[in-house]
Design a protein around this ligand. Structure first.
Ligand code: ZN
Length: 439
């Protein structure tokens, strides 16, 4: 598959044999096939998590049992064969643990059990036009504490893609403050971390009046929905639902704006950060949600799209210009440095300047092209400068002009490939007949 992809890339970009696969992907403005396929499978897995697909779950259960059954391992070892413990694909692993069964989905619906209605505790923002009293926040939280609520600050963090949840709770009834949290893994979103923190707080706190403080509007909304009877969408939401239905305590929910200097918020930030650093070495099981899977997959694709040179504009150029851009940028082509390297030229040096003739030299430095460079490149001195411009062929005025100009410059450079003797080398450099015909 990789080979076919590479061949296709060379046809698209006019790149020479030996050009870096990654650079060709960027120039052709194409994400790796692997990443795209992975994204498709993640989307399917994510959908299956939501619908609680029994067939897939059964398959995964079976696989997991086979892999972890110690007696089976013994059986294998006894026969001199080693059981290769292939770990489950991380998504499969998380899916195995977190998929929701239809019973869980209908939890609270089938038997008409109403969850504890939530009490909306609204605290005004300090700069809110309704409140001109500075420090109203503290006052509001103080009032809650005086009324006897146990305030639980919840937070999710996504440090380097490793989501974790943290909770800090305190009250004014003489109970000691508590800090705890859990690692959520690397296939859940920050919002999932926020939800997990809320689930943890609901499960662990024993007070009769619990006020959950969260800075995530999304997490708060999903709890409101659950309390109104909307089916849970993930394992975390199932846990929240179970915790809401258990007991008859008062549960209040309030939105706090993060990083505003509330002591509890700072405490909980630290706790979540700590859980994230603790990460995989902690014992807590990883979780995955539809949202999280999609978010992570999206991030992977974005990562590729932000590579240097990953810009749609070059694809719109004519064949000659694109090909010249490709071989100067990938440093594989009819520049003397490469020709010398493959023993097709006597010297790696530029005949005009005496410097090593690289693609970079030709585009940005060589005196031979100084004239057309001054005319077309308009002071752009590096590949990064070329990457930055977001001009398209469809643009008007200056932007369209830039497009034409840079295309023109590379078009001019492309004639280099047809210079007498060098032209004869094109075949030997790895260009096939089809490549030539396509140019
Ligand atoms: Zn030169």
């Amino acid at each position: 598959m990789k080979r076919t992809e590479y061949q296709a890339l060379r046809k698209i970009t006019g790149g020479y044999h030996g050009s870096s696969h990654e650079k060709l992907l960027a120039i052709a403005h194409i994400e790796p096939l692997e990443v795209i396929l992975d994204d498709i499978s993640v989307r399917w897995a994510a959908r299956a998590t939501r619908t609680g697909n029994r067939t897939i779950k059964a398959l995964l259960d079976q696989q997991a049992t086979t892999l972890r059954d110690p007696s089976l391992a013994e059986w294998y070892d006894g026969r001199g064969a080693s059981l290769t413990r292939t770990p489950l694909h991380p998504i499969a692993e998380a899916f195995h643990k977190t998929t929701i069964t239809p019973e869980e989905r209908s939890c609270g619906q089938s038997n008409n059990t109403a969850t504890t209605p939530l009490i909306d505790l609204t605290i005004l923002e300090p700069q809110d036009e309704k409140s001109h009293t500075p420090g109203y926040w503290q006052a509001g939280l103080g009032t809650l504490l005086d009324e006897g609520w146990r305030v639980c600050y919840t937070d999710g963090t996504g440090r380097e893609g490793e989501t974790a949840a943290g909770v800090y709770s305190h009250d004014r009834k003489g109970n000691p403050p508590r800090s705890y949290g859990s690692f959520a893994g690397n296939i859940s979103s920050v919002e999932d971390g926020e939800r997990l923190a809320i689930a943890l707080a609901l499960e662990k706190e024993e007070a009769e009046m619990i006020a959950i403080a969260s800075e995530s509007q999304a997490a708060i909304q999903s709890i409101r929905n659950i309390s109104k009877g909307v089916p849970p969408r993930s394992q975390i939401e199932c846990r929240i639902k179970k915790a809401l239905t258990a007991g008859t305590r008062d549960i209040g929910i309030l939105w706090v704006r993060g990083h505003i200097g509330i002591c509890g918020n700072e405490q909980v930030d630290k706790q979540a950060e700590f859980e994230s650093i603790l990460g995989t070495i902690s014992e807590s099981s990883k979780i995955a949600t539809e949202e999280g899977m999609k978010a992570i997959s999206k991030a992977t694709r974005k990562c590729f799209r932000q590579q240097p040179g990953f810009n749609p504009r070059t694809c719109e150029w004519n064949r000659q210009a694109l090909s010249a851009y490709t071989w100067t940028r990938t440093e594989r082509g009819p520049q003397n440095k490469w020709l010398h390297h493959i023993k097709k030229a006597n010297s790696p040096l530029c005949s005009t300047c005496g410097a090593t003739e690289t693609g970079h030299h030709m585009v940005f430095e060589c005196l031979k092209y100084e004239g057309i460079r001054r005319e077309f490149l308009a002071g752009k001195g590096s590949w990064e400068d070329l990457d930055k411009a977001d001009w398209r062929k469809v643009g008007e005025g200056d932007k369209a002009w830039y497009f034409e100009a840079v295309e023109e410059l590379f078009g001019h450079l492309s004639t280099r490939g047809h210079d007498g003797e060098i032209d004869l080398l094109v075949g030997e450099l790895g260009m096939t007949k089809t490549d030539e015909a396509g140019r």
